[in-house]
Design a protein around this ligand. Structure first.
Ligand SMILES: CC(C)(COP(=O)(O)OP(=O)(O)OC[C@H]1O[C@@H](n2cnc3c(N)ncnc32)[C@H](O)[C@@H]1OP(=O)(O)O)[C@@H](O)C(=O)NCCC(=O)NCCS
Length: 286
């Protein structure tokens, strides 16, 4: 088994391996809604994007030409984030994941802070905690939005990755000490719509569900979250993930919208990641 850098030629196989590891984490209603072809296209775009922007954070486990694991991390303005981490199910619990994570964590050397959005896999959580990360427990919300609860006076507007980049980058620096930079456009390319609040906040929404939210204060964040929920189709199942302590504004909104609260993997942080609020990070781009 060789742990080596991921190359552009590995993108399709890496997506296949990552999805084989992670698909059990996705509830059936969201799996079916997307369709495999679109999912794979988006998965490959994300891996190719991060291989271009962060080749030193992109690693695979290669078993004699057969890819069995992948770990991808990004660094933005001194903050490292784990974007993707999976080992093919038939190769799990044999030490491959640990080696992959160690390789991509070397890319965090010299970084001010680091962020991981975890699944509930005990193997993943064990290695994150042992790598010096602090555990931030989370809850998740899912269901169909009760549209009668949506306020009428929302101020959020549709955004654009190019035109609103400065505003979005400034808000990301405010919440986590680092802009999202090139990841904004990458999010748009894989189906995210941007929502912007001119007082200082932005959100990304994909397939009716929130993918990321960052704001200067809780009132702006609340306006953005309601607007994200309003962007879902009537009757569509949506989710709001990685809601942590200190984000009661989000808890109250999700409950008012009649989404169901449930358990979630924790967020792990290390070092200086800014105030980390109000901020609902994205699994792929933190
Ligand atoms: C999480 C994952 C990438 C880990 O890779 P892996 O090759 O299976 O893990 P390893 O064999 O390296 O084990 C990692 C640690 O978990 C421990 N471990 C193994 N099996 C375990 C189990 N059933 N319960 C608890 N710990 C376990 C190992 O001992 C090791 O710890 P150590 O090195 O301190 O002894 C892999 O299991 C996976 O793809 N899971 C599904 C996808 C997922 O949840 N990814 C995480 C995204 S945030």
């Amino acid at each position: 088994m060789q742990i080596r850098p991921l190359t552009p030629d590995d993108v399709a196989a890496a997506d296949h391996v990552a999805w084989s590891a992670l698909q059990t984490q996705v509830p059936a209603e969201f799996l079916d809604a997307m369709g495999e072809e679109l999912r794979a296209e988006r998965g490959r775009y994300r891996i190719a994007h991060l291989q271009r922007t962060d080749p030193d954070g992109a690693w695979v486990a290669d078993d004699d030409g057969d890819l069995v694991g992948v770990a991808l991390a990004l660094v933005r303005e001194g903050v490292w984030g784990l974007s993707l981490f999976g080992v093919r199910p038939d190769q799990q619990s044999r030490g491959v994941g640990r080696e992959l994570l160690d390789a991509t964590l070397r890319y965090a050397d010299g970084c001010r802070g680091a962020i991981i959005l975890s699944t509930t896999d005990p193997r993943a959580m064990r290695r994150y905690a042992l790598a010096g990360f602090q555990v931030l427990p989370c809850v998740t919300f899912a269901g169909i939005v009760d549209r009668s609860a949506i306020p009428e006076d929302l101020r959020t507007r549709p955004g654009d990755a190019a035109e609103d980049r400065d505003l979005c980058d400034a808000v990301s620096r405010h919440v986590r000490g680092a802009a999202h930079g090139p990841d904004l456009e990458a999010m748009e390319r894989v189906g995210c719509s941007l929502l912007v609040h001119d007082d200082g906040g932005w959100a990304a929404v994909r397939d009716g569900s929130l993918a990321l939210l960052a704001a200067r204060d809780d009132a702006i964040a609340a306006d953005l979250l309601w607007s994200a929920l309003a962007a879902s189709e009537p009757g569509q199942s949506v989710h709001v993930d990685f809601v942590r302590a200190g984000h009661d504004w989000a808890v109250q909104i999700c409950l008012a919208a009649r989404l169901a609260i449930g358990p979630e993997g924790p967020v792990f942080i290390r070092g200086d990641v800014g105030p980390f609020a109000p901020y609902l990070p994205s699994g792929a781009y933190l």
